[in-house]
Design a protein around this ligand. Structure first.
Ligand code: NAD
Length: 309
């Protein structure tokens, strides 16, 4: 049994991790301000406490660490919802990360796992991007997350920062997959941006993080991805086929000015360090996601935990 503190535990990845780990009998403390997460997805079931607060609030963070005494910290909280709100991005992604690192040091945390966005690499023509590639973020989210990661890497404790592809799984409610599913089902028109992304199934994310949290496992920065770039139009076609719609033309528009055309991450260093490779291929990853929407709808609320409690 491990005492696990998860910042941003009411978000997509955090809440999926809790569902994955709770049956193993760990104790969890979630710190979340519900900026983009939902309290309903992490109800207070035995072994799981949820505290509302901002990780940039030093007193809130210190009190949580002092009382809970975590052995493992998963730093999943991040601000991104208003690209113009640089102050909030910096307060959460930079100051919040610093508070989490400092509290982890003060309270003898055994390991800290951080999640990082591919936006830290900025606009690069290299594909797939190796983890050694320089960072060059150009959005408020990317800039603040990159600074936050640099602070995390200064921590005087074992730290792993996982640079993640687009992880797909329960409650994924943003991006092309839910958008096409919802619109095509409602008979609405769609368009595709002429961009390609790297998609990773939640089960492959779980197998990686299970390795990353092991005491004595490798530390540092790692790409966690399939290594393959797939065009948004491919997703459109898979969604249309899944819904039994006839082949149709869809407008493909050039990427927006703040968009990166092609993103895939080279995870070969991760394979070397952890022996990890993703197992679920692209079409199966998308199919699993669409089957989840068939069962539960496009919602970020549904929780296996709340269905049991
Ligand atoms: N999901 C992905 O595919 C993906 C890809 C790359 C990186 N990431 C990173 O993984 C982490 C989790 O992403 P996600 O997809 O679950 O996003 P999410 O928005 O679902 O989760 C983030 C959580 O952090 C919480 N939060 C925001 N500001 C906070 C604050 N100041 N104090 C406390 N809690 C706060 C939100 O309410 C939310 O519950 C983030 O760090 C993100 O940058 C995710």
């Amino acid at each position: 049994m491990t005492r696990v503190l998860i910042t941003g535990g009411a978000g997509c990845l955090g809440s999926n991790l809790i569902e994955h780990w709770l049956p193993q009998g760990h104790q969890f403390l979630v710190l979340d301000n519900f900026a983009t997460g939902k309290r309903e997805v992490v109800p207070a079931v035995p072994g799981l406490e949820v505290r509302e607060g901002h990780i940039g609030d030093a007193q809130f963070v210190e009190q949580a660490f002092a009382q809970f005494k975590p052995e493992l910290v998963i730093h999943s909280a991040a601000a991104y919802k208003d690209p113009a709100d640089w102050q909030e991005d910096a307060r959460t992604n930079v100051t919040g990360s610093i508070e989490v690192v400092k509290a982890s040091e003060r309270h003898g945390v055994g390991r800290l796992v951080n999640f990082q966005t591919v936006l830290s690499y900025g606009r690069t023509s290299v594909s797939p991007i190796p983890v050694s590639h320089p960072t060059a973020p150009f959005t408020s989210y990317g800039i603040s997350k990159t600074a936050g990661e640099q602070y995390v890497l200064q921590a005087k404790l074992p730290v792993v920062s996982l640079r993640l592809a687009n992880v797909t799984g329960p409650r994924l409610a943003i991006g092309p997959i839910p958008t096409f599913y919802k619109r095509l089902k409602a008979g609405q028109k769609c368009f595709c941006s002429d961009t390609a992304r790297d998609f990773l199934d939640m089960s492959d994310f779980f197998s990686m993080i299970d390795l990353a949290v092991q005491p004595g496992a490798a530390t540092g920065v790692f790409n966690v991805a399939s290594g393959e770039a797939h065009y948004i139009k491919e997703i459109f076609e898979l969604v249309a086929r899944h819904l039994g719609l006839p082949a149709m033309d869809v407008p493909v528009v050039p990427p927006a000015a703040d968009d990166v055309p092609v993103v895939a991450l080279d995870a070969s260093q991760t394979t070397k360090a952890f022996g990890w490779t993703p197992k679920v291929g692209f079409e199966d990853t998308i199919r699993k996601q669409l089957e989840w929407y068939d069962r539960y709808g496009v919602s970020d609320i549904y929780s296996h935990l709340s269905s049991k409690s």
